[in-house]
Design a protein around this ligand. Structure first.
Ligand SMILES: Nc1ncnc2c1ncn2[C@@H]1O[C@H](COP(=O)(O)OP(=O)(O)OP(=O)(O)O)[C@@H](O)[C@H]1O
Ligand SMILES: [Mg+2]
Length: 229
């Protein structure tokens, strides 16, 4: 089977004090290997929550998230952290780079954590920075970079362990048009060349071109699914 992810009646309820929010309200979804799935929907519809649950960052309140047939939330914390490190990459709107580390160290960190070989991690990081067009920034600190450059660093960090699947949450939400186009084409190139799975949340419907499927989320449910353009 080519099913990479299967969710079964997955739900997420957030409780704070007397308030409850049903952020994800029963989603059944299959994502196949090599697919490019775009997720759109209004603010608060549950897009980020769904992405986090798929990526092993947020435990569902009910239902299951299966990766290659295995429920990832039945893994121990340590196993889940290892699965995330080896299997998925995340790119967020606000980069989440570590300010006290150089560009090169930020990019190499997930590989360094994986096999502890600092030298080969740094080497692969520099290759990725070259691929993304910013090798000259390797010794800079994140604060010295533009938004587009920071996002390229975040992308390099997400790709360093050669993930099966890349989750992007509004990856261009904070970028100007030129940087946004560049980052999008790098993401698509990665997907096309490597035939790896890409799941991308975006507010901007025009950025869904190239997707195999577009999911429209509304109030925690998948309202419609359309094939991409
Ligand atoms: N940690 C949390 N604690 C409590 N409620 C939360 C939490 N995270 C999300 N929510 C709520 O869950 C719902 C879905 O949030 P989510 O962040 O998934 O929406 P979104 O579609 O990504 O929105 P946006 O487009 O603004 O990023 C919202 O009502 C939000 O307030
Ligand atoms: Mg969000």
């Amino acid at each position: 089977m080519n099913d990479l992810f299967v969710t079964q009646s997955v739900r997420k309820r957030y409780v704070s004090g007397n308030d409850q929010v049903l952020a994800i309200d029963g989603i059944d979804l299959v994502i196949t290997q090599g697919e490019y799935v775009a997720v759109i929907g209004p603010s608060g519809s549950g897009k980020s929550t769904l992405l986090h649950m798929l990526g092993g960052l947020d435990m569902p309140s009910g239902g299951e998230v299966l990766y290659r047939g295995k429920d990832i939330y039945r893994l121990s914390d340590k196993e889940l952290a290892r699965w995330r490190n080896e299997t998925v990459g995340f790119v967020f709107q606000f980069y989440h780079l570590l300010g006290e580390l150089t560009v090169s160290e930020n990019v190499s960190l997930p590989m360094f954590l994986r096999n502890r070989d600092r030298k080969s991690a740094l080497k692969k990081g520099i290759e990725l920075l070259q691929y993304l067009g910013i090798p000259e920034k390797k010794d800079s600190f994140p604060a010295q970079l533009s938004g587009g450059q920071k996002q390229k660093v975040a992308l390099a960090r997400a790709l360093i362990n050669d993930p099966d699947i890349l989750f992007c949450d509004e990856p261009t939400g904070n970028l100007d048009k030129e940087s946004s186009t560049k980052v999008m084409s790098l993401l698509q190139e990665w997907h096309n060349v490597k035939h790896r799975t890409l799941v991308m949340v975006t507010h901007n419907e025009s950025l869904t071109s190239g997707a195999d499927r577009v999911l429209y989320l509304h109030e925690g449910k998948i309202e419609t699914v359309s094939s991409g353009t």
